[in-house]
Design a protein around this ligand. Sequence first.
Ligand code: ZN
Length: 637
Amino acid sequence: MLSKRRTPGATAGRPYREMNRRMDLGSERAGMRRLRYGCAGLILACCCLVLLFAEFSFAASEPIQYLLDFREPASHLARVVMTVAGASPSTELQFPAWNNLYQIRDFARNIQELAADCDGAQEQLTRVDLNTWRSEAKPCAKLALRYAVYVAGSPPFSSALDSQHAFLNFATLLFYLPKERGRAAHVKLLIPAEWKVATLLEEEGDGFFAPNYDILADSPAEAGQFQDYSFSQNGATYRVVVHADVKDYSPDRLLASLRKITATETALMRDVPFSRYTFILHFPREDGGGGMEHRNGTAITVRAAQLRDHWETLEAVAAHEFFHLWNVKRIRPQSLEPIDYVHGNDTRDLWFCEGVTSAYGELALLRAGLISRKTFYARLGSAIATLQSRPARFFQSVEESGLEAWLEKYNDYLRPERSISYYNKGELLGFLLDLALRHASGNGAGLDDVMRRLNEDFGRPGRYYTDADLRRLIAQVAPRFSGLEAFFADYVRGTRELDYDTYLGYAGLERESESRGSARLGFDVSVNPGGEVRVESVELRRAAEQAGLAQGDILLKMNGQAWRDSPANLLSLLKPGQEMKLEVQRGGRVFEIEYRLEANEEATCRVKEIAHPSPEQIQVREGWLKGETTPAGGGKQ
Ligand SMILES: [Zn+2]
């Protein structure tokens, strides 16, 4: 996926050393100028040297100033001035290539009219590479960068700017200093008079303060005429900012749903690690959708029509994103740090960061009473069916699926024959691991305990965990779970088929796969405008592939009939077990392929409770679904 990863400059301690080097240089030059005044001026010069040193030291630690002008929103252009006090000679300025989504999106493509000045005089910037510029080899008391950014994306992943509102992902708008990413920033927004602003940052003076660039890039903002709600819970304030037509949703229902989610998840984690958390919600009439987690908030987009017909979509996204405030934002894998805004980060941990977060999203909805047990089982069955319908599960591990997240922007990568989803398999692994821990410990401990311990040991102290830390901690929480290493080897790093029956059996659950009598064609086609039918993909280890059908083959006839229909229409006519005779053209050759249609066994999967569970099975099931454990002496915890 990514070419060689370079370590960005913001490693601990590095910005401080850079600052010292620059201060020395600055004071040296200042001193040389003053020595020309001769010996009589020496004492004065020394005093000046000390004063200048102090002045430069102060300038270099001054926050970087960002002034963003959105007062012509219809142009989609944001005008930006970035001012760096005490800039060192040859200061590097870098623009991120990604943020939020694990996808290189080349934000530099939207920069235009870039210019700079040093203490009022024009400054020549050198382009180092696609994302990096360098100032001239002389220090600047004030280095100012001016440019415009074309802003025409949509929330929650990109920035948006139009006559209605602005949604700001600052990594798509603002440069950083690679060697001083730890430096504080002050952001001032100029917006149309009738607009207001909501951000995840703290207000300071006439703008907002960010302790460093990473926090700035993790703190989106909304500007416009949004609806603004709030509620208090367990000592924290929850702000709910909505950009939508108020006719498209019920504020009462919205706040009731969010209250239940935040109450359930903070109770689960026994933690409220913020004083303010902000939901930035968009319910557009047009297309769009998704959720993005941030340390102290989230941005969620759900189409208004979806909201009307499927309110539970919003609840599911909110439950997932809110749990991220721990899992990935505070409980953070070492592999995601330090963030490499240019090349991306190689990580094998997304199955845990995303998949286990999805598992908790589902469990939270159930525990909050927002979905029924029946719905929970139905969604679990559908998650199983999703994984089992993807042949790529035979060769792509869930760990590798996370490592290859960066390829998800390519549609061909998303084919069921090429990739599985770390959300999907990670969620199932979260459930299976929880059941295994509860089974091994007589419901004495579960995944909830693992999450709380991760929060205690890594989240709160601000340490990053490794895969080895995770396994060590699970072993401490449930020492009697002897299958831990095999679980990771087989299911996380490996591609062994998940043994659903055993794990679900721990909770007295079973699954039923229903074929519904449908046939499995075993390949996918496209029809070009001339009517030519081309095989786009062939399912691995299925009858069509084993009979010799290959991607790129042109299909001429099926069972003697000219082929001119899509597989979806054909499938309704075909029956499992039926003979298929395909006339195929490959290169200049025409030949026949014969195989027998298989049944679509994993078309659906139902999870249900067995008729006569043992007391142990009931204990595990109730503990899992309610988020309770049974201490050694009995009773509930
Ligand atoms: Zn997520």
